[in-house]
Design a protein. Structure first.
Length: 262
């Protein structure tokens, strides 16, 4: 009996040791798995970066007419719609009234009642989706505080209303004062900021600040990726007014589309 017991001791010890090794190995796997899971979660958190500051370019907007603030992942732009430059559409008696006898005036005169407008745009434009065509009405807000429209007027070509455009490529109707053409009041053959469009992408003048010349790599929307005067050396996708005279207007379309940032 004693011999049998002596023989059984090594067998029992081996079994216990094997069980302990297996337990430790399983425990180690569990810890490793936990580390991997935590790492994955951290990477996901980085991807969901939250915008906490407005883009520096918004500082160029007319603060008397435009209020800009963050709301979650969106930027809210509230505007009176009233520009801070001269035009015949202010009406006689206004300090910003400009006599323009050759302009075929539309009936409306500017007032704060019919020009106020609010848009919401993505703080970080989504450039991964499909392009989207512009529609009638406001397609963006200019730095002056007024609306930007596309190349259509009342469902037809802009040519039919070109006679009513003032010196800076804008008029009133329907409702709001808005630019169709290069707004010469604040960008005239230069790289100045024009405004923000509904897809959250900024629009600049005909020249690019990165080169000081007309860009040659624009896509169908008039956009490309380069540094701007507001990006501190970082490249960013943005639009330019395309340097091609539009039809018989003698000027350049502000923006026809399609949007790239939806």
């Amino acid at each position: 009996m004693r011999k049998n017991n002596i023989k059984q001791i090594p067998s029992i010890s081996f079994a216990l040791a094997l069980a302990f090794i297996t337990f430790v190995a399983c425990s180690s796997d569990s810890v490793d798995d936990g580390v991997i899971d935590d790492s994955t979660t951290d990477e996901s958190d980085v991807d969901d970066e939250v915008v906490t500051e407005l883009h520096v370019a918004y500082s160029a907007f007319n603060s008397d007419a435009v209020t800009v603030y963050l709301d979650g992942s969106e930027v809210v732009i509230e505007t009176t719609g009233l520009p801070n430059h001269e035009t015949v559409y202010w009406g006689e008696g206004n300090s910003l009234y400009k006599e323009e006898p050759d302009v075929a005036l539309t009936p409306s005169i500017m007032s704060s009642n019919n020009n106020a407008y609010t848009i919401r745009v993505d703080a970080t434009p989504d450039l991964t989706g499909s392009t989207v065509q512009t529609e009638l009405g406001t397609v963006g807000i200019a730095v002056s505080g007024s609306s930007i429209f596309n190349d259509q007027e009342g469902g037809g070509a802009l040519d039919q209303a070109a006679a009513s455009l003032d010196w800076t490529g804008a008029h009133i109707g329907p409702g709001v004062y808005h630019y169709h053409l290069e707004p010469k009041a604040f960008t005239n053959d230069d790289d100045n900021l024009v405004g923000i469009l509904l897809d959250g992408v900024f629009l600049y003048g005909r020249k690019c600040s990165a080169t000081g010349d007309y860009p040659t790599d624009l896509d169908a929307s008039g956009g490309h990726t380069s540094t701007t005067q507001y990006t501190d050396g970082e490249e960013e996708y943005h639009y330019h007014i395309i340097n091609e005279v539009y039809s018989t207007t003698g000027s350049y379309l502000a923006f026809a589309g399609p949007y790239q940032g939806y």
